[in-house]
Design a protein. Structure first.
Length: 124
């Protein structure tokens, strides 16, 4: 399995732990104001990262330099978006521009992944 897949799976597990911790915290406090951040961290962080890792495990020829750049861009975007969205939903209105920019970074990572999927695999 390519090293990139390992990175994606390890990152996905970290997002899952954070997402579950936020969910438990919301349940214990009965305050669900950060449910949007909880959902984004779980879906974009845990699920999508694991799917990206699976794709590169099945297509190791595509797990090269461009894919590593895609991993970095996407992961930075999701980390910034999840954290800033959490703070925004906690009442810190100053985080709104950070959520917006980090959403665009995440989207750039998704578009780069789409490019990798659609481009032909390198020849051996």
């Amino acid at each position: 399995m390519p090293r990139l897949s390992e990175y994606y799976f390890r990152t996905a597990i970290i997002f899952l732990i954070i997402g579950i911790a936020i969910g438990i915290s919301m349940s214990m406090s009965q305050n669900h104001n950060v449910i949007g951040a909880h959902a984004h961290i779980n879906l974009l962080g845990w699920v999508t990262s694991a799917l990206f890792g699976g794709y590169f495990a099945l297509n190791p020829a595509k797990a090269g330099r461009l894919a590593m750049i895609q991993y970095i861009i996407y992961t930075i975007g999701v980390v910034l978006m999840g954290g800033s969205l959490y703070l925004l939903l906690q009442g810190n209105a100053g985080m709104e521009p950070v959520v917006a920019v980090s959403s665009l970074i995440t989207f750039a990572g998704v578009l780069l992944f789409a490019w990798i999927v659609w481009m032909p695999a390198p020849r051996s």
